[in-house]
Write a protein of this length. Sequence first.
Length: 120
Amino acid sequence: MLIKDLKECEEIVAGDNTTLRELLNPLKEDIVTRYSLAHAKVKSGETTYAHRLRSSEVYYILEGEGEMYIDTEKEKVFTGQVIYIPPNSVQRIKNTGANDLVFLCIVDPAWKPEDEKLVV
């Protein structure tokens, strides 16, 4: 049985400037799944760097509000929403609220550094 506590997962600043805690990744632990799962935070007023993943990604907004940008589209997002991000799409998210924007990131197939590229 695998059970993890969010507070015990290492906090990092990802390449897109999101504060992340990786919860599950089959490339790093002995689990059988295709996807990886991370807990993400973006501080008030901040925007992640534009980037693309080879994999599809899903954000599930736990707290806060913001604006999601996928390629040429922009939409307001808030607590309780799910956002699907197709593979190879240019993506970024902006926190437009007063508090942290907190969300889960599900990447399928599992996230690996070489599959993510910043867009300048």
